[in-house]
Design a binder for this molecule. Structure first.
Ligand code: KG4
Ligand code: ZN
Length: 350
C-alpha cells in the first residue's frame, strides 16, 4: 500500500489541534491546546469565545505539529481537516487554515468527518493488529451517541443514536447539577470512585426494538434526587452542596449510563455478527464504561489510548490516510458542515 504522511487539523469544538501521522497509524506529532479551563467558568463551551481562541492558537499549534514531527510541508502528502460536525465558528478556523496551507503549498485538501475520525483513533494503536470487519462501533462524545456498523474501511451503516442528550452531554449536565466542574465526564468519574453505584436505582432507557438511546429520563431522575435534598437548587450555578451524596449520585449515574451503552452495543454486535467492537469519543475514556465492556463482551473490544479519546488531530490525519488513498480530493471552496452525519458507503477497498 502507498505510504502517506498527512497533516491533520481539528477545531470542531474547544480543542485546537494539529498532528502529523504516517500511514494512518504512526503518530509523529500530536499538538492539542484545550480551552476547557476558559469554558469552565461558563459551565460549558461558549461558541464565540471558542472561535476567537482557535484564531489565536491555530498558527502556533500547526507550526508546532510540523516542527515536532521534524517535517516541512514539502514532505506532507495532504492536509486533512475537520469539516463537521461541530460548532460552525470553530470549524471555520481550522478549515480556513487548511485552505491557506493547501493554496500556498499546492497540497490536496481533504475535508474529514469528525465522527469518522473518532473511530480511526483506534488505528493509531500501532502495536496492535488492525481490527477485523465487520465491526460494531459506539461513538460516545460530547455531541454524539451513535451506534454504527462498519463492514469495511470508510463504510458506515448507522443503526441508531441518542434521541435527546449525547452521553457526554449527560455527563456534563449531571456534573453541573452536582456542582462539579466542566468538563463533567472526568469530574463525575473522579467523584464516583468513592461512591456506591447501587445507592440510587436510576432508570435505564432500553428503548427495546430500536438501536436508539435516551438519557433525558436519567438526567431528570438525578435532578429529582438533588432537588429533594436541595429545593432551592439553581441549575448551572456552581456552589458547594453540603449534605449532597455526590459520590453515590455520580457512581449510580455513571453505572446507569455504562449499563445501557454496553448492553445495547453488545446486543447489536451479536445481531449483526460483528467480529469486534470499537468504542471511541470522549466518553470512551471513562474507566467504568471500559471495565464494563471488557467484563461483559465475548468478542474483542477496542478503545483508543486515553490521550486519543478526546478531540485531537491525529485521528483526523488517520482518516486522511484512507481518504487520500481512496482518491478523495476536495475543492478549495468547500464549506463547513456543522451537522454532517456519519453515513454512506464510500469505500473503494471492497
Ligand atoms: O470527543 P470529545 O472530546 O468532544 C466531542 O467531540 O464532543 O468528547 C467530550 C466529552 C465531554 O462531554 C466530556 O465530559 C466527556 O467527553 N468525557 C468523559 C470522560 N472524559 C471526557 N465522560 C466520561 N468519563 C470520562 N472520563
Ligand atoms: Zn469529538
Amino acid at each position: 500500500m502507498e505510504e502517506t504522511r498527512i497533516l491533520g487539523i481539528e477545531t470542531s469544538c474547544d480543542e485546537t489541534a494539529a498532528s502529523v501521522v504516517e500511514n494512518g497509524r504512526h503518530v509523529l506529532s500530536n499538538e492539542v491546546a484545550s480551552q476547557a479551563d476558559t469554558h469552565a467558568q461558563f459551565g460549558g463551551v461558549f461558541p464565540e469565545v471558542a472561535s476567537r481562541m482557535h484564531i489565536e492558537t491555530i498558527y502556533p499549534i500547526v507550526a508546532g505539529a510540523l516542527s515536532k514531527a521534524h517535517v516541512g510541508l514539502d514532505s506532507i502528502d495532504a492536509i486533512a481537516v475537520t469539516r463537521g460536525p461541530g460548532l460552525a465558528g470553530s470549524l471555520v478556523v481550522g478549515l480556513n487554515m487548511a485552505k491557506g496551507l493547501a493554496i500556498g503549498s499546492g497540497l490536496p485538501l481533504l475535508g474529514i468527518n469528525h465522527l469518522e475520525a473518532h473511530l480511526y483513533s483506534i488505528w493509531l494503536v500501532e502495536d496492535e493488529a488492525e481490527p477485523d470487519f465487520p465491526m460494531l462501533c459506539l461513538i460516545v462524545s460530547g455531541g454524539h451517541t451513535e451506534l454504527v456498523l462498519m463492514r469495511d474501511h470508510l463504510t458506515y451503516e448507522r443503526l441508531g443514536g441518542t434521541l435527546d442528550d449525547a452521553a457526554g452531554e449527560a455527563f456534563d449536565k449531571v456534573a453541573r447539577l452536582l456542582g462539579l466542574a466542566y468538563p463533567g465526564g472526568p469530574a463525575i468519574q473522579e467523584a464516583a470512585e468513592s461512591g456506591d453505584p447501587d445507592a440510587f436505582p436510576f432508570p435505564r432507557a432500553w428503548l427495546e426494538g430500536t438501536w436508539d438511546f435516551s438519557f433525558s429520563g436519567l438526567k431528570t431522575a438525578v435532578l429529582r434526587e438533588v432537588r429533594s435534598r436541595q429545593p432551592d437548587l439553581e441549575a448551572g450555578v456552581e456552589t458547594p452542596r453540603p449534605g449532597l451524596p455526590i459520590s453515590d449520585l455520580a457512581a449510580s449515574f455513571q453505572e446507569a449510563v455504562a449499563d445501557v451503552l454496553v448492553g445495547k452495543t453488545l446486543s447489536a454486535a451479536d445481531a449483526f455478527g460483528a467480529s469486534e467492537i470499537l468504542v471511541a469519543g470522549g466518553v470512551s475514556a471513562n474507566r467504568s464504561l471500559r471495565d464494563t465492556f471488557q467484563s461483559k463482551a465475548n468478542i474483542p473490544v477496542r478503545t483508543p489510548p486515553l490521550e486519543l479519546c478526546t478531540d485531537n488531530a491525529a485521528m483526523i490525519a488517520a482518516v486522511g490516510h484512507w481518504r487520500y488513498l481512496s482518491g478523495q480530493r476536495d475543492a478549495l471552496d468547500i464549506d463547513v458542515l456543522p451537522t454532517w452525519p456519519l453515513t454512506g458507503s464510500h469505500s473503494i477497498f471492497r
